[in-house]
Design a protein around this ligand. Structure first.
Ligand code: AMP
Length: 544
């Protein structure tokens, strides 16, 4: 017997309709690339997203056609999120931190017909426009008079976004779409091979937005002012542009100003209560808080994800500043949210050290995400908090295949292999030990590079740490610690190595420490271990 419930497709357009209807005057604040602050509302975003949808109709864009964006977090990008997907086209966000050759390759592979870009990225556009024959329209996210003459010369037919919207009516009925249609896409920025496209659907996006807002996940409501530091150009800013409309919170977007001082000022001015970002971003903000001797006035919680959050960072936020931390884990292929570290009542009674041992894990699977941990032969490992193996996942917002990759689907019996090496404890808390390619294989045993980095980060003289596997004649690989010192701090290699004693097994302690000025970071803020290893390999093997 079927239930007697109505059937309605889950559509992205319904999110902005809801926000405009019930939170129409709630503010969306953006720092523009010009540096000034711009204010709009959900009602105005809906209006302009509809004007945009009509402009795309005039361009002759069909359902499923791709519209690329190369843009920071800001209101025009937000309007594109709704105008493009809401009207049945596919929003393709591009990561401007990639090499221009890679950006051109991705645009061509995705078949983008329109490409909208912030003025910051004009040099990239000028470099690649001639190599992207499928792009029929280049749209600069600015007023007509802000467009430089060189750009008009270099990119014939380039138009400003405001010109494109001007004169369009906002009378527009969002189309009724099948919820399984593609709504947006994002390419993974793997370190080897060509980037691979992940294609999200309306259904996966709306379900993910519900899940992201849950109390044990991001815990956002209409009373919050939310600042996504995570970029809208990578995995839809962890879904915040959608979940913010779903709850109707104030949204604050930082544009290109992601340094600690700028973020502090914006959070303080706009009363931001909640923010989400990667650890390297939080290092900048914490330094600024230290300098000012206070936190941004209303900030009370942050989500840290994208890379492991060290215990020292979690403790500084919580104990020094009274800002609650929630550690979270996910991937481009997972929309991205997979787990979030909300504590249970029993954890609150634990002594601080044991409670922190839970908080440094990436947390429990969110409802909708199933997990397994398996050994090299694919056999399930116990959930004992100690057995390390590869994490497999499945669920309705997890990818089933890459977009036109020319390869078979990576799924194994319906499970997506994450490439992350983890332990899972009896309560289901997942602890990411490493990427499988970064784990250090010493004498047939595995050493977690993340754990060694987190310990080093707790040392007061360390600004940033990376741990890489170095080839070793006897043990195959041994850990080498690479450290950037805090400005003015003094510390020796032997002092840092002594810092590990009693914190890890003796054979986990790195063999040596190398001090460097900077650690290379990739396009999504993660340490580029391959590059670091190549930079270090010569001198290290000599000393092994
Ligand atoms: P991306 O697809 O670029 O978002 O990268 C996903 C990968 O980032 C995951 O497979 C993990 O290796 C890593 N990652 C994401 N969040 C965390 C976290 N909280 N702790 C450790 N690694 C993480």
């Amino acid at each position: 017997m079927n239930g007697l419930m109505q059937q309605h497709d889950l559509l992205i357009s319904s999110l902005i309709e809801f926000a405009a209807r019930y939170h129409g005057d709630t503010e969306i604040v953006s720092r523009r690339v010009e540096g000034d602050i711009h204010r709009t509302t959900y009602a105005q975003v809906r209006s302009r997203a509809k004007q945009l949808a009509r402009a795309l109709d005039d361009f002759g864009l069909e359902r499923g056609d791709r519209v690329g964006t190369l843009a920071w977090n800001g209101y025009r990008h937000y309007e594109l999120y709704y105008g493009v997907s809401g009207s049945g086209r596919v929003l393709h966000t591009l990561n401007p931190r990639l090499h221009p050759d890679q950006i051109a390759w991705i645009i061509n592979h995705a078949g983008d017909r329109v490409l909208a870009f912030d003025m910051t990225f004009t040099p990239i556009i000028q470099a690649i426009a001639a190599r992207c024959p499928k792009v029929e329209r280049w749209v600069a996210l600015c007023e007509a008079q802000q467009m430089p003459a060189e750009l008009r010369q270099a990119v014939p037919g380039v138009q400003s976004y405001e010109e494109m919207l001007a004169g369009q009516s906002d009378e527009y009925a969002w189309p009724s779409l099948d919820e399984n249609l593609a709504s947006s896409m994002c390419y993974t920025s793997g370190t080897t091979g060509n980037p691979k496209g992940v294609l999200y659907s309306h259904r996966s996006t709306v379900l993910h937005a519900y899940a992201a807002a849950l109390p044990d996940v991001m815990d956002v409501s209409a009373r919050d002012a939310v600042l996504p530091v995570v970029p809208m150009f990578h995995v839809n800013a962890w879904g915040i542009p959608y979940s913010s409309a779903l709850v109707g919170c104030k949204l604050v977007m930082p544009g290109p100003a992601l340094d600690g001082a700028s973020l502090f000022r914006l959070m303080d001015d706009e009363g931001v209560t909640f923010a989400a970002g990667v650890p390297t971003i939080w290092l900048g903000l914490l330094n600024q808080m230290q300098e000012e001797g206070r936190k941004p006035r209303a900030l009370n919680r942050v989500v840290i994800g994208g890379s492991a959050a060290p215990a020292s960072m979690i403790a500084t936020f919580q104990d020094r500043w009274g800002v609650k931390v929630r550690h979270a884990w996910g991937m481009t292929e997972m929309s991205p949210l997979g787990t979030a570290c909300a504590l249970k009542n029993k954890h609150l009674e634990l002594p601080p050290e044991q409670r922190m041992a839970v908080q440094v894990t990436q947390g429990r699977p969110i409802f909708g995400v199933d997990v397994r941990v398996v050994d090299g032969q694919g056999a399930d490992l116990p959930w004992d908090g100690a057995s390390m193996g590869e994490l497999l996942v499945k669920g309705p917002w997890i990818m089933s295949d890459y977009y036109e990759s020319g390869q078979p689907s990576p799924l194994r019996d319906g499970w997506f292999p994450t490439g992350d090496v983890v332990t899972i404890d009896p309560d289901g808390y997942v602890h990411i030990m490493d990427r499988s390619k970064d784990v250090i294989k010493s004498g047939g045993e595995w050493i977690s590079s993340i754990e060694l980095e987190n310990i080093a980060m707790a040392h007061p003289a360390v600004a940033m740490a990376a741990c890489v596997a170095m080839p070793h004649a006897k043990w195959d690989e041994r850990p080498l610690l690479v450290v950037v010192k805090r400005p003015g701090a003094q510390v020796t290699a032997s002092e840092l190595l002594a810092f590990y004693e009693g914190k890890v097994a003796k054979w986990w302690i790195p063999d040596d420490v190398r001090f460097v000025d900077a650690i290379p970071l990739g396009a999504t803020g993660k340490i580029l271990k391959n590059k670091l290893r190549t930079q270090l390999i010569e001198p290290a093997s000599a000393g092994a």
